[in-house]
Design a protein around this ligand. Structure first.
Ligand SMILES: Nc1ncnc2c1ncn2[C@@H]1O[C@H](COP(=O)(O)OP(=O)(O)OP(=O)(O)O)[C@@H](O)[C@H]1O
Length: 358
């Protein structure tokens, strides 16, 4: 028996005939934070709602710690769901909101109070028990919703875009709190977001979805450094793709530049993905890829320089404390292997886990 949640061959078609999920297979491991990541409409919420028991699949199974829960109701599944809209009861105090599920479970008033106090302490809301939701900030409302979910001590915590209604400072705080709580309490969390930076910062594993299918599964680093497709490469952050050639020794040639060698690669044409930080910029010389600076933008600790080259416009990210490059300056670009990934021919790209170390 595999611990955690196994989603096997799950398909979902809505009443209007729209197929939102096409045979999804994925394992959500115990005591880890797994994120469903993908653009709007790719089926993340549908999958989360199926796990929660709020929707039923047309086909497929949900196996939770070896037990088939596909036909079980939401209440029987022993999980908690936190929505992006918090869904607090407006006429109940913070404590009453947190106790709601516990009351439904028939816990004694004393146990409810004890669990509620513990959950509120976990999210840093002690002292606000008697406040009403409209007397709370957005962040406090989201913490209350989290406390309500945690108080149930679920086997799995489902979070649907939990930060989307918060400003950027709060997003960061609550994101860090969620991750710290998950690690400290060893919670099993299934988290949904369309924001790759959020996914990278909270997750043990990320499941990337596109049009109702899973296109890649991996750690944040795997997905960033070893995307299997241009879609994943672009979705995980700034990336440019180029046609390149591999020689018999496994060296990848991009114009005058060489990367590698990559022992696993066969001779022929490949697509490569290059992150902006993989480029190094230097005053013009006979080596490297010649170019001319089109513009540069100071971003704080880094500066973004856009360079016109024979391969097109290239975005380069350099540390701001280094040399400055003014518009029109002739430069040479070099590539480091860090931040360059070779996309495998499509025949191999059905595998969802990265195959090649670069
Ligand atoms: N009740 C419904 N009836 C018909 N189609 C639906 C229904 N709910 C969702 N869909 C469609 O199914 C697809 C997947 O929707 P879903 O909400 O799962 O996407 P998502 O990845 O969570 O998107 P978002 O990030 O915008 O929330 C979308 O094309 C959506 O329009």
């Amino acid at each position: 028996m595999r611990s955690g949640l196994e989603i096997r061959g799950v398909t979902k078609t809505y009443a209007n005939g729209y197929r939102a999920l096409h045979g999804v297979d994925v394992h959500i491991p115990d005591r880890r934070l797994t994120t469903l990541l993908g653009p709007s409409g790719c089926g993340k919420t549908t999958l989360l709602r199926l796990v929660a028991g709020l929707e039923t699949p047309d086909e497929g199974q949900l196996i939770f710690h070896g037990e088939d829960v596909t036909s079980k109701s939401a209440e029987q599944r022993d999980l908690s769901l936190v929505f992006q809209s918090y869904a607090l009861f407006p006429y109940q105090s913070v404590e009453e909101n947190v106790c709601y599920g516990l009351r439904m479970q028939g816990l004694s008033a004393a146990s409810q109070r004890e669990r509620s106090a513990h959950a509120l302490a976990l999210v840093g809301l002690q002292g606000l028990e008697d406040r009403m939701p409209h007397e709370l900030s957005g962040g406090q409302q989201q913490r209350t919703a989290l406390a309500r979910a945690l108080a149930l001590q679920p086997r799995i915590l489902l979070l649907d875009e939990p930060l989307s209604n918060l400003d950027s400072n709060l997003r960061r705080h609550i994101r860090e709190d969620i991750r710290a709580l998950q690690q400290r309490l060893e919670l099993t969390v299934l988290y949904v977001t369309h924001d790759h930076a959020e996914a990278m910062s909270v997750s043990d594993r990320i499941v990337v979805m596109q049009e109702g299918r899973i296109v890649q599964i991996g750690s944040p680093r795997d997905l960033y450094e070893r995307p299997l497709s241009e879609f994943v490469a672009a979705f995980m952050g700034d990336a440019a793709t180029f046609d390149a050639e591999v020689d018999t020794g496994g060296l990848v040639h991009l114009g005058p530049l060489q990367i590698g060698p990559h022992p696993g690669l066969r001779r022929g044409a490949v697509r490569i993905v290059v992150r902006p930080h993989a480029w190094r910029i230097a005053p013009a010389s006979s080596a490297g890829l010649p170019g001319k600076v089109l513009r540069s933008a100071f971003l704080g600790s880094t500066t973004e320089v856009c360079v016109h080259t024979a391969l097109g416009e290239i975005l380069v990210l350099i540390p701001s404390q280094g040399a400055a490059y003014i518009t029109g300056a002739p430069v040479s670009l070099f590539l480091s292997a860090q931040g360059v990934s070779v996309l495998l021919p499509s025949i191999f790209s059905n595998s969802l886990e990265p195959l090649v170390q670069h």
